[in-house]
Design a protein around this ligand. Sequence first.
Ligand SMILES: C[S@@+](CC[C@H](N)C(=O)[O-])C[C@H]1O[C@@H](n2cnc3c(N)ncnc32)[C@H](O)[C@@H]1O
Length: 332
Amino acid sequence: MTGYHVLEGEELSRLRDPRRDFALDVLSGLSEHHKKLDSRYFYDDEGSRLFQAIMSCKDYYPTDSEREILQNHGRSIAATCSGTPLNVIDLGAGDGAKTKILLQALVELGVDCRYVPIDISEGAIGGLVETMKLDMPELDVQGLVCEYTDGLNWLSSMGDNRKNLLLFLGSNIGNFNKARARAFLRRQWTSLRDGDYALIGFDLKKDIEVLLRAYNDSDGYTAAFNQNLLRRINTELGGTFDTSKFRHYGTYDVFSGAMVSYLVSLEEQVVEIAALGRSFEFEAWEPVHTEYSYKYLERDIEDLASDTGYIIEAKYRDSRHYFVDALWRVAK
Ligand SMILES: C[S@@+](CC[C@H](N)C(=O)[O-])C[C@H]1O[C@@H](n2cnc3c(N)ncnc32)[C@H](O)[C@@H]1O
């Protein structure tokens, strides 16, 4: 008898309570002097649907830019990663539409390929697995609904002999500040083996007007996407937010190089959240921070690779030089 018990595996995951985590994050975020809500909670089913609408807006260039990169260079990326059976692990996969271009290229090259999309949105993974069955029935697809870090823990524990290609597309890395991005990429490195690959989508610094248009689309989808976070608090935690009393405001912070999103209270108001047993006061014009989207210079990307243990295999740009997909090889 050791006198203690280490909680792990399924036992540990049974104890997880996503609703409680959401409630505690809302409590801590709205209790801060500068109120904030964590962007990871954007993506319930309605949030995923709204994000798809954002991706189809003409001003939202990241999706078009990265699609162009994969259309022009997917075969070259596939050829680099070919030669052995491959796990393609797609962190924060969303609808996986761009990933499909790369998967097609791998299949055409005859690579024995298993696709593992990972996302916290069950709706996104459910939809993606269904479309993959129709579009690429020959492919082995195993979706996982979990947080990034749980996905990386799963990857560490997998221990098969396949090479891994880890995808982190769509500028998902941009939601982390530069220090957290570095830590995350190193965390990712620890889950990969020597010679594995990572393909990471970085949004580049560019004309500020282009950025502002992309994050304040004229159809209002970005505003609805942000307000959906308040609606989610209402439905899941018994909140009383009137979403029409908060406007979305997206701006560019030149010092940190990030697009920053806020919901701004249009009047003095009090909102109750039943699950937390308390209310929160908002002053007129008080902002609630919702998201960062950090932009990169190409030299930042190179530094990041070498600082976190990767060798730069290639970097692929779109024709407007708005976006880079960086292909890195793990060196251990
Ligand atoms: C910006 S979208 C990008 C989707 C896709 N990779 C693309 O390029 O189109 C971000 C996706 O990451 C997922 N996501 C956000 N935070 C996450 C987290 N902490 N763990 C797992 N998935 C997350 C969201 O549900 C969403 O589907």
